[in-house]
Design a protein around this ligand. Structure first.
Ligand SMILES: C[S@@+](CC[C@H](N)C(=O)[O-])C[C@H]1O[C@@H](n2cnc3c(N)ncnc32)[C@H](O)[C@@H]1O
Length: 280
């Protein structure tokens, strides 16, 4: 049977779709993104046998809490990530923790994707705990809007290519090599996973009572938001970071405007400062 084609994405449907995505997850889709959106959704519409983009819009608008809406989020954002991405940030973190030698450390990876960032941090903290440079009470919370990536993160199984920046010693220490059907895959060992937890969280909604954290990673997610949303998200996230704590955004994301006072340490790395009396 011939497959039904997705047809044309009309301006009216595109505007409704862009509005829905902006209101629900802060995703900023201007007119220039229309060809990208239409090509990313076309295959899915064909696969579902739907009668074009308007039918697809109606479907996702009716399932905003999950189902096909989650699929659309995955298609319109990118979950790209890998272990020790932007390695300089891990050096800044190691230096800071080595200097302060905290008894406990609590870290939030606020756009965790498949969990590569969370487990990279876990490898560093586990090494430092073994060396007695931090105490044994360390934990990492990874959150994301996408339940698909979170389900994968919880399995802690990765293609070895994503571990390309992990040293051989760390791979030996913290990963199990897959065999048979799992050839070419690696599983993160329990001695790390027991310190790492994952949960779903939309950065564009009020944040429930989590933290306060000593360190927050908010890397490579601000690109999806317009300037107003960026500012709101950054201040909302920073409200969960202790004064003096470290804050990381993607190295290419520049200096974000926000109301929370920050000291810039290096590209994408900041320290939260105390607010001046009388300021918000
Ligand atoms: C490119 S990944 C970044 C992964 C990791 N932080 C890194 O730098 O490698 C961006 C992630 O942001 C998530 N995301 C997009 N909008 C979000 C929102 N409103 N709330 C929470 N997560 C969101 C996406 O699902 C995606 O997994």
């Amino acid at each position: 049977m011939p497959m039904r084609k997705a047809g044309e994405l009309s301006d009216a449907t595109y505007r409704k779709l862009a509005h829905l995505m902006y209101e629900s997850i802060g995703l900023s889709l201007n007119a220039s993104k229309k060809p990208l959106v239409s090509s990313r959704l076309a295959q899915r519409i064909t696969r579902l046998g739907l009668d074009g983009y308007e039918a697809y819009f109606k479907l996702i608008a009716s399932q905003e809490e999950g189902g096909e809406f989650q699929m659309a989020v995955d298609l319109l954002t990118t979950n790209e990530t890998y272990f020790f991405r932007e390695a300089e940030h891990f050096s800044v973190l190691e230096e800071e923790l080595g200097r302060t030698r905290p008894e406990s450390v609590s870290i939030w990876s606020a756009a965790a994707s498949f969990g590569d960032e969370s487990y990279s941090i876990a490898m560093l903290l586990a090494d430092m705990a073994t060396q007695g440079r931090i105490g044994p009470n360390w934990s990492i919370l990874g959150t994301d809007i996408s339940d698909r990536v979170l389900r994968s993160a919880k399995t802690a199984i990765y293609p070895e290519t994503r571990l390309r920046h992990v040293s051989l010693e760390r791979r030996r220490r913290y990963c199990l090599k897959g065999e048979g059907d799992f050839q070419g895959m690696a599983k993160i060992q329990d001695k790390l996973t027991e310190h790492v937890h994952f949960g779903q969280l939309n950065l564009c909604r009020p944040i429930e009572d989590i933290g306060p954290f000593d360190v927050v990673f908010l890397r490579n997610v601000l690109i999806y938001f317009d300037d107003i949303t960026k500012r709101e998200v950054v201040d909302r996230v920073l409200s969960r970071l202790r004064v003096g704590g470290l804050f990381f955004i993607g190295m290419a994301e520049g200096r974000v405007a926000c109301d929370t006072p920050l000291e810039s340490l290096s590209p994408g790395a900041f320290r939260k400062l105390a607010s001046k009396p009388g300021s918000p």
